[in-house]
Design a protein around this ligand. Structure first.
Ligand SMILES: [Zn+2]
Length: 165
């Protein structure tokens, strides 16, 4: 993926915290990701390809690659954004009160890079009763086991090139 080459902090396995100056994020991230993740923007409802999406796999932070949600905790909320009822682990997400726009909401951020992801509401389904309402722009999705397969394929094509030269 181009993104991984351009983004030096992107990793699906490194759990160390990522702290970068905002101008650095601006250089690394695509414009739409930067706007939502670092400027706390919100994508248009119904605009995410992950809103109506039922593949089995894992959702990662598009900014740093931190695993955030599993597809089996995703549900049809009808709110216009990808919705989940539980994060992949306690540390994968951090919370902050958000009283902007005349509302009392709880902001959710990536536990690794502190990028803005969306908000959590208490009108979700059991077992948690929570609805994590997440901007699809800041999500990366990997089908179960696809990551590993891709890695192997890339390895083979590299080898073929070396053999030629
Ligand atoms: Zn992140």
């Amino acid at each position: 993926m181009d993104k991984e080459k351009k983004n030096p902090v992107y990793s699906n396995t490194d759990t160390s915290k990522v702290v970068l100056p905002e101008e650095e994020w601006q250089k690394i991230l695509p414009k739409d990701v930067y706007h939502i993740a670092r400027q706390k923007g919100t994508e248009r409802p119904w605009s995410s390809k992950y809103e109506d999406f039922a593949e089995i796999g894992t959702y990662y932070c598009a900014v740093c690659g931190n695993p955030l949600f599993k597809s089996d905790t995703k549900f049809e909320s009808g709110c216009g954004w990808p919705s989940f009822y539980e994060p992949i682990s306690k540390g994968s997400i951090i919370y902050a009160p958000d009283n902007t726009h005349g509302m009392q909401r709880t902001e959710v951020m990536c536990g690794r890079c502190k990028s803005h992801l969306g908000h959590v509401f208490d009108d979700g389904p059991p077992p948690t009763g929570l609805r994590y309402c997440i901007n699809g722009v800041v999500l990366d999705f990997n089908k179960a086991q696809e990551a590993e397969k891709k890695y192997k394929e890339e390895g083979t094509s590299h080898k073929a090139q070396e053999d030629k030269s």
